[in-house]
Ligand binder design. Structure first.
Ligand SMILES: [Zn+2]
Length: 144
């Protein structure tokens, strides 16, 4: 997904962590994923720890709630403790930030202006990943 500065954030999923594992809670839905953030001319590629199908669904759900002005937490956390998404206000504009904490001092931030069009695009990118990597665990996912 590209923002207004041409900076990009991509969640790249290449495979399930366990190729043929069905019906196991968490492990069946474990994805090998990378977070790619391009800010200006700098590209950073981060391996996400224990990234699950469910977390993509939670991200989709969170963005849909923002889009529909439903109540949602301002911060979305994941199992990977270094990653979160935040809904923030800057001057009078709303932005969604993807924040990856590299260490205590440094973080990578990518931000997207909250517009209907931007959210539709980002949500559709997430849906496309989920089409290729659907739930295999057979358990009900917790989306909030
Ligand atoms: Zn599942």
């Amino acid at each position: 997904m590209k923002n207004h500065n041409e900076d990009k954030m991509i969640i790249s999923v290449k495979a399930y962590h366990f190729k043929d594992l069905q019906n196991k809670l968490y492990d069946s839905d474990w994805l090998d994923a990378k977070l790619i953030i391009k800010n200006e001319n700098k590209i950073q590629i981060i391996t996400l720890e224990f990234w699950l199908v469910e977390e993509l669904e939670r991200l989709q759900n969170w963005l849909e709630n923002i889009s529909e002005n439903k109540f949602m937490n301002k911060t979305l956390d994941f199992i990977d403790p270094n990653l979160n998404f935040k809904l923030m206000k800057r001057s009078n504009k709303r932005v969604v930030k993807a924040i990856y904490q590299l260490n205590e001092m440094n973080k990578i931030v990518w931000e997207l202006l909250v517009t209907k069009e931007n959210l539709v695009k980002l949500i559709s990118e997430i849906k496309n990943i989920l089409i290729n990597f659907p739930c295999r665990c057979g358990f009900k996912h917790e989306l909030n």
